[in-house]
Design a protein around this ligand. Structure first.
Ligand SMILES: Cc1cc2nc3c(=O)[nH]c(=O)nc-3n(C[C@H](O)[C@H](O)[C@H](O)COP(=O)(O)OP(=O)(O)OC[C@H]3O[C@@H](n4cnc5c(N)ncnc54)[C@H](O)[C@@H]3O)c2cc1C
Length: 475
């Protein structure tokens, strides 16, 4: 397993293809550091003996100890550990751990390449396993680039005015394929080493050129990563862990990128494009059953803390709202546990979380995102929005005023009250908070997608039968 320092060194050695705000930047650009700090923790924790059980696994390919973020789930226990690992790490960094993306894509490929081979006589699975071994041996960090830019949402790939609005194969050669198009909102991509491309939807036979899955190094020739990055506002003196971590994502452009066959995992088998899209979504939404409860934990902890500082923690409406947050977090987490416990073993041997429970959990997490922020904003009062910048707390002319007038409970120091509200400002009123809120709604698929997945897997006929029997209806 690699160390965080080895990961950072690898990033520094990569070809420059990351653009931020009009500039071509190195992968250690200051705007990317908060995101890189997040990924560094996935290496640090894996080397901490206290977290070995959670953070590491035994490779089913080589028998070696590997970082769980490169592991293919071999049991229910593996799925439960991944979920718990995600919650623990997200609590630690105060937000998205981001590395789930790659492992979710690997697990989806491990299932669907095998299914495709069994049905179509292809040989994607063996090819995928060789790539997986390379990924595990090098302890790589992967982005999953699934979401196409999609153009007209009501049109299929082959119906678009510009065929490049979904990533597609533009040339098939003896040694590989050439692909063109762009994927949107790719979290982690500017500091990932591999980009794993999966289809975003079901495909018809006319969409064969768009039914493609492959992996490329993130700095491959022809790949452009056009990024935005956010983090809590940097601190001058009142250093706080939350301000060390952030995130970035990219519009990932594939401008005639060559992909050798050994890195192509689907190419034209339209029947399996939708299956792969849904399988990734299923694994990724299962990861959400770990990360979303962690987000709620952070909001809940901050809400309880500010209620205490404001002296209102015993008020009945406060306890009611905190209980609501507990109910959201633990309902989502518990449903994720159910999804793991009800997992099935696919033909490849990989464990697949239950589709209905996974999607139900992700749905509840998504619809409650703004409610959680509403509760935090309610209990905090207006100060997170109007808190003067840190410099005014440091200026000798204004410092005394600010420390005197921030006071609530005299037993809590002005500095701690200031720290609390500055973190709330990060959580509620920063650009980073805005991104997290939208991520909570759309990440892993828009809310309707979870309902579509639920209805695609749910046995509604069985429920109709119950109703018919109770009503005495005999067909
Ligand atoms: C912060 C963040 C990080 C993300 N990270 C990643 C990542 O790393 N990798 C990745 O692949 N994706 C990532 N996503 C993408 C995420 O999965 C998408 O945002 C999501 O699937 C919605 O797609 P969209 O943004 O194109 O919105 P749209 O699809 O345009 O959705 C807008 C609205 O249109 C509706 N709609 C869309 N199509 C139809 C249709 N045919 N019929 C009826 N209604 C329709 C949707 O339901 C929604 O209500 C990320 C998103 C965010 C916000």
């Amino acid at each position: 397993m690699r160390t965080a320092e080895e990961y950072r060194a690898k990033l520094r050695s990569m070809r420059k293809n990351v653009y931020i705000d009009g500039k071509l930047v190195e992968r250690d650009d200051p705007q990317l550091i908060p995101g890189i700090n997040v990924i560094a923790e996935t290496f640090n924790f894996a080397h901490d003996p206290a977290y070995a059980e959670l953070m590491t696994a035994r490779s089913h390919l080589t028998g070696k100890t590997i970082n769980r973020f490169t592991h293919i789930h071999q049991s229910v226990e593996d799925l439960l550990k991944k979920q718990e690992m995600t919650r623990v790490l997200c609590q630690h960094v105060g937000g998205c751990i981001q590395r789930c993306m790659g492992v979710d894509a690997l697990n989806a490929l491990s299932v669907v390449t095998k299914e495709c081979d069994l049905a179509m006589g292809t040989s994607y699975h063996e090819r995928f396993l060789r790539y997986l071994e390379y990924f595990q041996e090098n302890d790589l960090v992967g982005n999953c680039a699934q979401t196409d830019v999609k153009g007209d949402r009501m049109k299929r790939p082959h119906e678009q005015a510009d065929p490049d609005l979904y990533v597609r194969v533009v040339e098939r050669r003896s040694d590989g394929i050439v692909v063109r198009g762009a994927k949107a909102h790719n979290t982690i991509a500017p500091y990932a080493e591999e980009i794993i491309v999966l289809p975003t939807r079901h495909m018809t036979e006319k969409d064969a050129d768009w039914a493609v899955a492959f992996a490329v190094p993130a700095d491959a020739e022809g790949v452009y990563l056009i990024c935005r990055a956010t983090a809590p506002r940097p601190r001058k003196e009142l250093k706080a862990p939350i301000a060390e971590y952030g995130g970035a994502d990219s519009l990932t452009v594939f401008d005639n990128v060559f992909v050798p066959w050994e890195r192509v995992f689907l190419c034209g088998e339209t029947k399996f494009a939708g299956r792969l899209a849904l399988m990734f979504a299923n694994y990724h939404r299962h990861s959400y059953t770990g990360c979303k409860p962690a987000m709620t934990d952070i909001i809940m902890g901050a809400a309880a803390l500010v209620a205490e500082y404001n002296g209102i923690e015993k008020a009945s409406h406060v306890r009611d709202k905190l209980a609501e947050l507990v109910a959201i977090a633990e309902l989502v987490y518990g449903t994720g546990i159910a999804s793991a416990v009800k997992a099935y073993r696919a033909a490849s041997g990989t464990y697949v979380p239950d589709f209905v429970y996974t999607n139900v959990a992700r749905y509840h997490a998504g619809v409650n995102v703004y409610r959680e922020y509403e509760i935090l904003a309610d209990l905090a009062g207006g100060l997170p929005a109007t808190l003067p910048p840190e410099g005014d707390f440091l200026n000798p002319v204004t410092r005394g005023f600010l420390e005197k007038y921030i006071m609530r409970n005299p037993a809590i120091s002005a500095e701690n009250q200031h720290r609390c509200f500055r973190m709330l400002s990060d959580l509620l009123c920063s650009a980073h908070a805005g991104v997290k809120q939208v991520a909570g709604v759309h990440g892993g698929g828009s809310p309707i997608m979870e309902k579509i997945s639920i209805m695609g897997s749910y046995d509604m006929e069985a429920k109709k039968k119950i109703a018919k029997r109770l009503a005495g209806i005999q067909d």
